[in-house]
Design a protein around this ligand. Structure first.
Ligand code: ATP
Ligand code: MG
Length: 574
């Protein structure tokens, strides 16, 4: 049955290479027709969009093949891990739209089993306790060109190894003084096979097992065996683990685990104009270069969420970029495009003035407030209509006015008539300035015959402006976010240490006195809206209050960076 359905699927869809390998395995009758994947985050930071790619892939494969996907915390390095990260990871996976149900696991749950596996290797003569210092170990390891040399401790007897390993576990030795190593081949062309360390001493309490253990398994040992313990059939990981696959297979082979997972690698997602490694993200947080892991400029899922990116648009993006076997850089504009595309369909339109300029309609009755009819989303009639109050005093954008306007400027200037969206034609008659000569108020007249925005005499205007009535306006803070880095590949240099010098100084602009139409006061957090002509925005899920609403700009209506990037290529300054 199961095989049947995936064959149908593969005929219908463009099948990626991982799906193809799974189909091959199913057709060869492996794993009893089951597909069981896992997403294995290490709880040492917040998830980012690269993880989203892995989540979509692993949960997606389970869904495609009617299988199961585990959420497994790869928590074997207690000095860097924390429950805060466990909690945030769960929240982010859920938010992204995936459900692991009962299948929540921790590598630390298997510490006893992993320990027993290590003992088994010792008994088989396939592991030994080594007393070389880390520096000596490096030296004995050899290089890519030179084979390594056997450790002087390699030929210890099984009894001695068992005794020493038991005493490592009992806490008799200081951190770093001894390790347990697999006994494989110091001359192997693959460095990972040169007697890799499988257990180390670390007298560090673990966030789940407390002080129960003072030895911890290394990633390569713990990961594959955790896969085997959970009955994972396909262990999907990123390319840097390709050279570890022989070791992955070696442990499974030696220990004859009941399940035989298969490791398959794909290229990790790299995005332009950002950094993705948790170490770099942590540095940005620790050095207060951003406001926290959920800063809306970060590619973390909590940051993207706060920025207003929707789970569906992130999933679409991950789907669209597909899977590769070679590392490459994906243009962040593609992600922004996916976000715009989704929001264009979903987001209701409203009017908001970010940099207000006062307009007084001199021939409009002083006390009158009219409710004008507005469309919520021209892309989707089912989203209905709303009323927008109009009155004698309004705000328009400062940018929409120029006193000495060039010919091609069609917006407000003295003597020019424009349309106010959903309202009337107005004409600018004169301006008022402050003592510095800055324009503070526009005095205008309106044409009552143009209600709704068209003139019965067929008179045309060249521009339509958004506006907000002063009397009913809601004041808000609006945060305009932009890309965090000016450089498409901020971590390009070898050590990447200087990436923080490439931060875009204009990545955040805070506007304190924006004027919003009153309906925006009712918008709940996590509901995306479009401010007409300005972009997509969302209520800040952390700092917004009814008394002082805060909106974040999710994305502009168009890609403003394509041109900048072009300039950059031409060597021009921005
Ligand atoms: P980072 O390199 O960002 O610090 P990591 O690989 O150390 O991340 P883990 O918590 O170990 O982070 O990752 C969990 C899973 O997510 C792994 O299977 C890993 O391969 C995958 N993953 C991490 N980063 C990416 C990425 N950029 N693209 C695709 N998958 C990724
Ligand atoms: Mg990792």
């Amino acid at each position: 049955m199961k095989e049947q359905s995936c064959e149908t699927k593969s005929a219908e869809e463009r099948v990626n290479f991982i799906q193809q390998q799974i189909v091959d395995d199913l057709q060869a009758g492996k794993n009893g027709g089951l597909v069981h994947t896992r997403f294995p985050p290490e709880p040492n930071g917040y998830l980012h969009i690269g993880h989203a790619k892995s989540i979509c892939l692993n949960f997606g494969l389970a869904k495609t093949f009617a299988g199961v996907c585990n959420l497994r915390f790869d928590d074997t390095n207690p000095s860097k891990e924390d429950v805060e990260y466990v909690d945030s990871i769960k929240e982010d996976v859920k938010w992204l739209g995936f459900d692991w149900g009962e299948n929540e696991f921790f590598a630390s749950n298997y510490f006893a089993e992993l320990h027993d596996y290590a003992v088994q290797l010792i008994k088989m003569g396939r592991a030994y306790v080594c007393d070389l210092t880390p520096a000596e170990m490096r030296e004995y390891r050899g290089t890519l060109k030179e084979p390594g040399r056997n450790s002087p401790f390699r030929e210890r007897s099984v009894a001695e190894n068992l005794d020493l390993f038991a005493r490592m576990r009992a806490g008799e030795f200081a951190d770093g003084t001894r390790v347990l190593r697999a006994k494989i081949d110091m001359a192997s062309g693959n460095m990972n096979m040169r007697d890799p360390v499988i257990y180390r001493i670390a007298k560090v309490p673990h966030h789940r097992t407390g002080t129960q253990w003072c030895i911890y398994p290394m990633y390569d040992f713990a990961h594959g065996l955790s896969d085997a313990i959970e009955g994972i059939t396909h262990s999907i990981c990123t390319l840097e683990f390709e050279d570890h696959r022989p070791l992955y297979d070696w442990f499974i082979e030696q220990l004859q685990t009941p399940a035989r997972p298969r490791q398959i690698e794909f290229a990790r997602l790299n995005l332009s104009y950002t950094v993705m490694s948790k170490r770099k993200l942590m540095q940005l947080v620790d050095e207060n270069l951003v406001s926290g892991w959920d800063d809306p400029r970060l590619p973390t899922l909590s940051g993207l969420r706060r920025r207003g990116y929707t789970p569906a648009s992130i999933r679409n993006f991950c789907e669209r970029i597909g899977l590769a076997k070679r590392n490459s850089m994906v243009d962040v504009a593609l992600l922004e495009h996916a976000v715009r595309e989704g929001l264009n369909k979903e987001a209701a339109r409203y009017m908001a003035v970010l940099r207000p300029l006062k307009v007084i309609i001199e021939n409009y009755p002083e006390a009158q407030v009219e409710e004008l009819d507005a469309v919520n989303n021209p892309e989707d009639e089912s989203m209905g209509r709303r009323k927008v109050p109009f009155a004698r005093e309004l705000y328009v954008e400062q940018d929409d006015f120029m006193e000495d306007a060039p010919k091609k400027f069609y917006r407000l200037t003295p003597g020019r008539e424009v349309r106010l969206r959903y309202a009337y034609y107005i004409r600018c008659e004169r301006v008022e300035k402050d003592e510095n000569g800055a324009v503070t108020t526009l005095y205008c007249t309106y044409d009552p015959a143009t209600r709704g925005g068209s003139s019965p005499d067929g008179r045309k205007v060249k521009s339509t402006l958004h506006w907000v009535a002063a009397k009913t306006a809601v004041s808000a803070e609006v945060r305009l976010y932009d890309r965090l880095f000016l450089d498409p590949d901020p971590a390009a240099e070898k050590d990447g240490a200087s990436f923080t010098t490439k931060i875009n100084p204009d990545s955040l602009e805070v506007l304190n006195d924006c004027k919003l139409e009153p309906a925006l006061a009712e918008i709940s957090a996590e509901t995306a809206v479009q401010f007409e002509r300005l972009g997509y925005f969302i209520v800040d899920n952390k700092e917004s209050t009814p008394a002082k609403p805060v909106f974040n700009r999710t994305v502009t209506l168009r890609d403003n960076w394509a041109k900048k990037a072009g300039n950059k290529r031409l060597g021009k300054r921005r």
